[in-house]
Ligand binder design. Structure first.
Ligand code: UT7
Length: 324
C-alpha cells in the first residue's frame, strides 16, 4: 500500500471591499479597458483597515474545516504560503493556529511568492508521506494591497487580497495514477532573476516593508515559457499526459498567461478554472481560491485530475498534479 495525501476539504475568504478597475481611473493614467485587455482583471478585493493576512487565512481555514466536517483539533500541521505576513515574526501559520483555537501540532510559513501555494502543497505532501503528519492544512493568504505603490500604474492595478485553504489527509492508495491525492510535484527556482519581481524593502535592508516592483513584460515572457514546461514535467512524473487533465487550476496573474499556458499544454480553455477577472492576482492565495471557487461552481469534483501551476518572484515556479 502507498500513502497518498488526499484532499479532504477546501475553503476560501475574500475581504468585503470590491475595487472595480474604474476606481483607478480617478488617480492614474489608466483605464478599465487597458486593465481588462492586458490582464483580464475586472475587479479585486482589498482588505479593510486592520484586517490582516492571518484574519483572511483563519477565515479560509474555518471554511475548509466546515467543508471537511472536521474541527481544528483534527489538524496536525498548518503551512501558510504568504509574502505579506502580519509581522516579521512569528509566522502567519502560528497566528492562524491560535485564531482557530489549536494549541497542538506545528505550524510554519513558506515564502515562494506567487508560487508559494504550489511549494507549500509539495511540502505538505512530503510531510504526510514521511509520516510526520496525518492531516495538514495548507493555506495561501495575502494582503498585497499593503505593498502596492498606488502611484505605479504598471503594478498596482494587478493585485488583490484573499485567502484559500486546503486540508490534506493521509489515505491508502495503490501507487498508481488511479489513486486520489497528490500524484507528483515539480519545483524550480532561479535566483538570478531577482530584479524582475521584488519588493524594495525588508528587515535587513531598509527596515521597512517596501513596495512591489515588477518588470511585467519580462515576467510574462518567463511565465509563458516555464509554466507549460513545469506542468508537463509534473504530469510526466505522475505517468499522465495533457489528455488526462480534467482541470488546470493555474496561478491567476493574467488571463493571457493562463490562455497561453493552456494552449501550449494543448488543453482547451473549457478545462481551465479562471477567477482572475474577480480576484486579480492574489499571489500565493490565487490557486487555493480558484480551487475553492472551482469546486463551488461544480468545475472540480472527486476523481478529477487537477494540475496546479504557478510562477512568481525569485523566480520560483512549479506544478502539482493531484486527483481530487
Ligand atoms: O504573479 C507573479 C507573476 N506576475 C505576472 O505574471 C505578471 C506578468 N506580466 C503581465 O501580466 C503583463 O506583462 C502586464 C499586465 C503587467 C503588462 O502587460 P504588457 O502587455 O506586458 O504591457 P507592457 O508592460 O509591455 O506595457 C505596454 C504599455 C506601456 O506603454 P508604452 O511603453 O508602450 O508606451 C506601459 O507604460 O502599457 C503601459 N501601461 C499602462 N497603460 C495604462 C502599463 N501599465 C498601464 C496601465 N494603464 N495600468
Amino acid at each position: 500500500m502507498t500513502i497518498r495525501a488526499v484532499v479532504r476539504g477546501v475553503g476560501h475568504y475574500l475581504p468585503a471591499r470590491v475595487v472595480p478597475n474604474a476606481e483607478f481611473e480617478a488617480s492614474l493614467d489608466t483605464s478599465d479597458e487597458w486593465i481588462r485587455t492586458r490582464s483580464g482583471i475586472e475587479r479585486r478585493h482589498f482588505a479593510a483597515e486592520g484586517e490582516t493576512t492571518s484574519d483572511l487565512g483563519a477565515a479560509a481555514a474555518r471554511a475548509a474545516l466546515d467543508d471537511a466536517g472536521l474541527g481544528a483539533a483534527d489538524i496536525d500541521a498548518i503551512i501558510v504560503a504568504t509574502s505579506t505576513p502580519d509581522l516579521t515574526f512569528p509566522s502567519v501559520a502560528t497566528m492562524i493556529q491560535a485564531k482557530i483555537g489549536l494549541t497542538t501540532g506545528f505550524a510554519f510559513d513558506v515564502q515562494a511568492v506567487c508560487a508559494g501555494f504550489v511549494f507549500a502543497l509539495a511540502n505538505a505532501n512530503a510531510l504526510i508521506l514521511a509520516g510526520q503528519a496525518r492531516r495538514v492544512m495548507v493555506i495561501g493568504a495575502e494582503t498585497f494591497s499593503r505593498i502596492l505603490d498606488f502611484t505605479d500604474r504598471s503594478t498596482c492595478v494587478l493585485f488583490g487580497d484573499g485567502a484559500g485553504a486546503l486540508i490534506l489527509e493521509a489515505a491508502g492508495g495503490e501507487g498508481t495514477a488511479a489513486d486520489r491525492g497528490i500524484l507528483s510535484a515539480d519545483l524550480n527556482s532561479d535566483g538570478s532573476h531577482l530584479d524582475l519581481l521584488y519588493v524594495d524593502g525588508g528587515v535587513s535592508t531598509s527596515g521597512t516593508a517596501g513596495h512591489l516592483r515588477m518588470q511585467g513584460n519580462q515576467v510574462f515572457r518567463h511565465a509563458i515559457e516555464k509554466l507549460a514546461e513545469t506542468a508537463h514535467t509534473a504530469l510526466d512524473k505522475a505517468g499522465l499526459s495533457a489528455a488526462d487533465v480534467d482541470w488546470i487550476v493555474p496561478h491567476q496573474a493574467n488571463l493571457r498567461i493562463i490562455e497561453g499556458t493552456a494552449r501550449r499544454m494543448q488543453v482547451p480553455m473549457e478545462r481551465v478554472v479562471v477567477t482572475v477577472q474577480d480576484h486579480g492576482n492574489t499571489s500565493a492565495a490565487s490557486i487555493p481560491l480558484a480551487l475553492s471557487v472551482g469546486k463551488a461552481r461544480g468545475q472540480v469534483s472527486e476523481g478529477d485530475i487537477v494540475v496546479t501551476e504557478a510562477i512568481g518572484g525569485g523566480l520560483a515556479w512549479g506544478a502539482v498534479v493531484l486527483r481530487w
